[in-house]
Design a protein around this ligand. Structure first.
Ligand SMILES: [Zn+2]
Length: 647
């Protein structure tokens, strides 16, 4: 599925990385800065009335109809949000730790720090900020990120800003629901200059920036704490912004998919040109065909007709036959793009003539539609069918027609969101550069030279320097040092090592490999690592150190917990029957196994060791260290072979 980006393609990628800062309190108040676990104490409802349009010439009525966003329910938890988040009280002074952290990043990235920092308000229309705007401060501009010690990637700007409220649900028809615990958590936003390169090179830039932030130990780690907006353009075309990429593995897929999609769009535009399709040919005739479908056996149509005040309309697209379903690049079609667009308006989807008859829509239906649209059967005219609530359909037709006309321009500048499998879907037109207004409740913050020179000792270490220190401190090899540092478990790793006694048999290498390789391999099998909490992991290593469980059982317990089959370490140990076996019991069991296999041993000699190990591990896996079994059996086998004695 991966599309090789060949030399002819010039793919430009710009990153805007947002990472939560690990401060104890929020940016403009003293509430807890860590976010809560979706348990709330009370809620309130607000009605947002956006006054300024940052939606360009997009049909606003339709957008609001889709989003049903005028009413919003906010959930609050005491200690995690206060009157500041509720916009009932002015913001307090800017969190000094947060500002210091962003200044450190500016220094590390050689960025020019402003003499005075101004808090600005940026309009937000989706309800994710109670006030209707997000507060942001431009801390520095320019500078560069050094990648692999030689390549420099330019920095556009570095901002300190507040995180938005967390979207909890959009399923309630009356209002959207947001949790306020995340609103106001400080974020650093770093925008890099667009770069060209292979996906691997581009991912490496993102990785390098992420590592720099993490090496400060001043950022929050784990899922949801980092979000990247990625601007992608192919061959100097329009820029598409993909919002909310959370992981590097997802970034690779997004780059692949978006490059492929944009290539498809360019090819579709060429076909528009070849066919000489003028704007006036698109949607020049629209017909209400509801009555034609009253007795339709199509399940989709039946469902549409059950909605409130339903209507089914079809739109004529002259000269487009064969082009709506045209797939110039695998899985990229006008039909698919339009389906996403229609769903954005809160409708189920659409049918187009290139895919019919199908889905219960018959050849007779097609004949009737063509008649009502004055399409000559067999001509090169196409049509699409849309259905649903009358208001929604009326709101959709203008933007949909415009959207189809836009295919002649190739890639359309828009904001897209990322799906779980790394594809992207339409999320909204790209807003113009967002309007900013000064925050009148907070005075500008002067940045003095003394502060900057004090901070110079605290600049985060370059990546390779940091890895060297980890290797030295814990005796890990380079690969494991990098893996544990890049994982979500570095802090936990340090905590585990600190909690062990100096004479412990738990080596840092063992702990690091369990926290990286084992958890990664279990996650690859689609097990859920979020079910395995830091507390559980600590408990497992604690039991291991006390000799209550064997080293081999660690991965078995991880697996049980990550499968959700056990909800506590004790429960996992009980259900796996992992209580450690004492030596007397172990040796008598191994003696018996040895004697039971004596014929094989006589026949194979020293080569029977593998068979003996295999057989004993099926019985003893997780209960006894494999090395202990190995030592005992090896000694026994050597003695036997030397003496030739039967036991
Ligand atoms: Zn607060």
């Amino acid at each position: 599925m991966s599309l090789d980006i060949d030399n002819k393609l010039n793919v430009k990628v710009g990153f805007e990385i947002h990472q939560q800062l690990n401060t104890s309190t929020k940016l403009f108040c003293d509430c807890n800065g860590k976010g809560s676990e979706d348990v709330y104490d009370f809620d309130f409802i607000r009605v947002l009335r956006p006054t300024k349009s940052e939606l360009g010439d997009f049909d606003r009525a339709a957008l609001f109809e889709h989003a049903k966003m005028s009413s919003i329910k906010y959930y609050s938890k005491i200690g995690y949000s206060c009157l500041v988040e509720a916009d009932e009280e002015p913001p307090h002074n800017v969190n000094k730790d947060a500002l210091e952290t962003v200044l450190l990043f500016s220094l590390a990235l050689n960025s020019n720090i402003a003499d005075e920092i101004h808090v600005m308000r940026k309009l937000v229309i989706d309800g994710s900020n109670v006030s209707g705007f997000q507060r942001t401060m431009l801390v520095s501009t320019g500078g560069y990120l050094e990648v692999d010690n030689f390549k420099k990637v330019g920095v556009q700007g570095i901002c300190l800003e507040e995180d938005a409220a967390k979207l909890i649900s959009t399923t309630n028809p009356k209002f959207k629901e947001y949790g306020l615990d995340r609103l106001g958590i400080p974020l650093v936003e770093i925008a890099l200059e667009p770069i060209s390169g292979t996906p691997a090179e581009i991912v490496n830039v993102a990785l390098t920036l992420g590592r720099l932030l993490r090496s400060s130990k001043r950022v929050t780690r784990g899922i949801g704490s980092i979000r990247q907006d990625v601007n992608i353009s192919v061959n100097g075309g329009q820029v598409v912004e993909v919002k909310g990429v959370q992981q590097l593995s997802q970034l690779v897929k997004v780059l692949d998919y978006e490059t492929k999609r944009q290539c498809g769009m360019i090819k579709i535009a060429e076909e528009f040109k070849n066919r000489n399709i003028e704007d006036s040919l698109i949607g020049d005739k629209i017909a209400d065909v509801t009555s034609l479908f009253i007795n339709s056996s199509s399940n989709v149509i039946k469902k549409i007709l059950k909605s409130s005040d339903p209507i089914i309309k079809c739109i004529r697209l002259r000269k487009l036959r064969g082009l709506v379903g045209y797939e110039p690049v695998e899985d990229i079609r006008i039909g698919k793009e339009l389906g996403e667009f229609v769903r954005f308006f809160g409708l189920g989807g659409l049918f187009h003539s290139d895919e019919l008859p199908n889905y219960g829509i018959t050849a007779d239906d097609i004949g009737n539609i063509e008649k009502s649209l004055d399409i000559i059967p067999g001509s090169d005219d196409a049509f699409i069918i849309i259905g649903g609530n009358r208001n929604k359909i009326d709101n959709l037709i203008g933007p949909l027609t415009k959207r189809i006309i836009q295919f002649k321009d190739g890639v359309i500048a828009e904001t897209r969101s990322v799906t779980l499998d790394g594809t992207t879907i339409f999320s909204r037109p790209r807003p113009g550069s967002s309007r900013m207004y000064p925050e009148t409740d907070i005075m500008p913050i002067p940045i003095d030279i003394e502060l900057i020179s004090r901070l110079k000792d605290k600049i985060p270490l370059p990546w390779n320097e940091l890895i060297k220190r980890i290797m030295k401190k814990y005796g890990l090899n380079m690969k494991l040092s990098e893996q544990i540092f890049d994982s979500d478990y570095y802090d936990l790793f340090e905590a585990i090592i600190q909690s062990t006694s100096p004479s412990s048999t738990l080596s840092p290498t063992f702990v690091a490999s369990k926290l990286t390789e084992d958890i990664v391999s279990l996650s690859r099998n689609n097990l859920d690592k979020t079910l395995l909490t830091d507390e559980m992991i600590l408990e497992i290593f604690n039991r291991l150190e006390k000799g209550l469980i064997a080293k081999e059982s660690v991965i078995l317990i991880f697996e049980k917990l990550m499968k959700g089959e056990s909800v506590s370490v004790q429960e996992a140990i009980n259900s796996l029957n992992l209580t450690k076996m004492d030596d007397i019991e172990l040796y008598s069991l191994l003696d018996k196994l040895f004697n039971d296999n004596i014929n094989i041993i006589r026949e194979k000699g020293a080569n029977s060791m593998g068979i003996l190990m295999g057989k004993s591990m099926t019985v003893l896996r997780g209960k006894v260290d494999g090395s202990k079994i190995n030592n005992y059996l090896k000694g026994k086998l050597e003695t036997f072979l030397k003496d030739g004695s039967s036991m």
